[in-house]
Design a protein around this ligand. Structure first.
Ligand code: NAD
Ligand code: FES
Length: 286
């Protein structure tokens, strides 16, 4: 069991949990994720590690309450526990070693660019973060990223910073202060738009993909994505890939396949992950 030490609401429906996980805290690297399961019969949820403290033996997870499983986790108060936390999983971020890097975070994805910005800053890389949200309350991790470099805030309604999308600020920066690399995490359309923005400038672009995952160890094929015409598994080959090579249309279509399951509550052990796994097996057998 992994004790929840703190549980705070960062934005509407978005919670930051600090949990006991000493082995993961010691081993984790930027870009890696864990798969959590609140209790027996609950779904398995992949979450990128937003931060960690090896000395305290804790990791930080940022969770958006969307389906039954994530709502149950964010509703568990400090002092409660998460039954299973498996990880660290996935390949660590390939970090720029010198020069200027831009980290683009959209909504809750901003928590995932934070450990990348931290590691870049530690390595002496100049970091500019461009972070966005629908409105001011939905912009997260501003203060944490401001400690690591310059931050530009964009909101859809103009309630904080620039009114507009993160890609509009990025397009200007690509000309005014061209970075060597861009790391982007957020909604799939945002990551696709970031890749389209940087491509004409020849700027390397890394995106963190969030396909459906079941086992997280390369066994089930659920997290299959196409990158550069090759089939890759996000859980072991990623989750980060070259944004200019990702087949975003396929990713969006595959994410949509399981939308109906997202809305279904766990009942009688028939949780979303099991149903998704059954469907994947059926598809593979056809
Ligand atoms: P959102 O839909 O409110 O978008 C946040 C910001 O992203 C917007 O304010 C805008 O600046 C930018 N954006 C969105 N669509 C865009 C587009 N088409 N072009 C350019 N910019 C665009 O974000 P949300 O509701 O917080 O959702 C966050 C998303 O991030 C979820 O879909 C979640 O699955 C994803 N996510 C991904 C990971 C990962 O590891 N890949 C981790 C956490 C969250
Ligand atoms: Fe990646 Fe199963 S979750 S192969």
């Amino acid at each position: 069991m992994h004790r929840i030490i703190t549980n705070e609401e960062l934005a509407p429906g978005v919670h930051r949990l600090v949990i006991d996980a000493p082995l993961i805290a010691k081993a984790r690297k930027p870009g890696q994720f864990v798969i959590v399961r609140l209790d027996q019969g609950h779904e398995r949820i992949p979450l990128t590690i937003a931060d960690g403290d090896a000395a305290a033996g804790t990791i930080t997870l940022v969770i958006q309450a969307m389906g039954h499983g994530t709502k149950a986790i964010v509703a568990t108060p400090a002092g409660g526990a998460i039954r299973d936390v498996a990880g660290p999983l996935g390949a660590p971020t390939h970090l720029l070693e010198q020069g200027h890097a831009v980290c683009v975070g959209g909504g809750v994805g901003t928590a995932v660019v934070h450990p990348i910005a931290q590691a870049l800053h530690r390595a002496g890389v100049r970091v500019t973060s461009i972070i966005g949200g629908r409105d001011r309350p939905r912009v997260i991790y501003h203060d944490e990223l401001a400690r690591l470099g310059t931050v530009q805030v964009c909101t859809d309604d103009g309630s904080w910073g620039r009114k507009g999308l993160v890609t509009e600020a990025l397009a200007e920066l690509c000309v005014a202060d061209k970075p060597a690399i861009v790391y982007a995490v957020g909604p799939v359309p945002m990551m696709q738009a970031v890749a389209n923005t940087t491509k004409p400038h020849g700027i390397a672009t890394v995106v963190s993909l969030n396909p459906v995952m079941v086992d997280g160890t390369g066994m089930c094929g659920g997290c299959r994505v196409t990158v550069g015409g090759q089939v890759r598994f996000a859980c072991v080959d990623g989750p980060e890939f070259d944004g200019h090579q990702v087949d975003f249309a396929e990713l969006r279509s595959r994410l949509g396949t399981y939308r109906a399951f997202e809305a279904q509550p766990c009942a009688d052990g028939a949780c979303k992950a099991r149903k998704a796994a059954d469907q994947i097996l059926q598809q593979q057998q056809q």
